[in-house]
Design a binder for this molecule. Sequence first.
Ligand SMILES: Nc1ncnc2c1ncn2[C@@H]1O[C@H](COP(=O)(O)OP(=O)(O)O)[C@@H](O)[C@H]1O
Ligand SMILES: [Mg+2]
Length: 376
Amino acid sequence: MKLDRKEILKALETITIAGEGKNMVESGAVKNVLTFGDEVVVDLVISTPAMHIKKRAEDDIKKLIHEQFSPEINVKVNIKVETPENPNQIKGKAIPGISNIIAVASGKGGVGKSTVTANLAVTLAKMGFKVGVLDADIYGPSMPIMFDVETEKPISIEVDGKSKMKPIESYEIKLLSIGFFTSPSQAVIWRGPMAAKALNQMIFDAAWGELDFMLIDLPPGTGDIHLSIMQSLPVTGAVVVSTPQAVALADAKKGVAMFMSDAINVPVLGIIENMAYFTPEELPNNKYYIFGKEGAKNLSEDLQVPFLGEVPLVQSIREAGDYGRPAALQTASPLEKTFEEIARNVVEEVVKRNDNLPPTEAIKITTMAGCSAVKK
Ligand SMILES: Nc1ncnc2c1ncn2[C@@H]1O[C@H](COP(=O)(O)OP(=O)(O)O)[C@@H](O)[C@H]1O
Ligand SMILES: [Mg+2]
């Protein structure tokens, strides 16, 4: 049987790899198609490490060639993943230029939500993604300190004739924080709709440019304020941070339930266990489970949401946070690896989510509906 390369290429145009808008030929994923007698070799380069997507691409190609040409053909698919150099094309859409909005939440305060957000952000940036962080924690905005930009004030710039807020940049992360607009001593007592309005402005009236990921550091808890924020922004998915101790887990559970509730309905990408165990820097193999062992991991199994990984309690994470340089930036450190693994898991879950679900819609709250939605 004579196989024609061009015909095979044409046929491959009917297949789209999950998360990459165009078909695999147009998107450039197909690097080569070779034919040897009754053997076809397809070389693919894709931008996501997600196993199930690779498998799906391979299966789709085999099925197509068997169906359209002959079931006798021996099809070989070589897949190479190029994530770091090639920021991928995960698309969740909803806000022009911002592909994915990830809300980082915790039930309880002080569990390391902001620390995890900052480290996840710099790790995603190192992987080649364009990343923004929106610090929405009106009770305790901490991103300005964690990114060492406490004294900065965002300026206004003109974009297409409109005046927009320019995010502050630090470690290649674009950053806006409620903290830039309030003095540290000023206790911010905002009601949900006010906070949502301020955050809306920080998203829609800011010059973020193109972002693969925007991480939102939410306030702790599961109050009205979350309802307002989540209802007014098209959030792709939520990540819940918890320590392994029972009091934190109980609140994390409430957090997960909140996202899954009908009123909010945001997919939970998974749970991260912070302060999973204590490790003294000089004895890295000693692990002390001071808050209990694998509590968040078990919770994720109970709730059937993905477990995204664990972060140990180490002094250098706290110091790095206070100093204003996220610990994951330290190259070749165990923490860099820890956060890389978590970031990879997050990206995988986002890809899966975008593959399976339509983009989360921002629910436009009219004044009346908004009031009733946020009233206790
Ligand atoms: N894994 C960790 N190891 C050591 N210190 C941590 C860790 N995670 C958080 N911390 C510290 O705990 C404190 C609270 O963390 P933070 O991220 O501000 O919590 P949240 O945002 O949930 O309130 C901070 O001082 C931070 O540096
Ligand atoms: Mg915080």
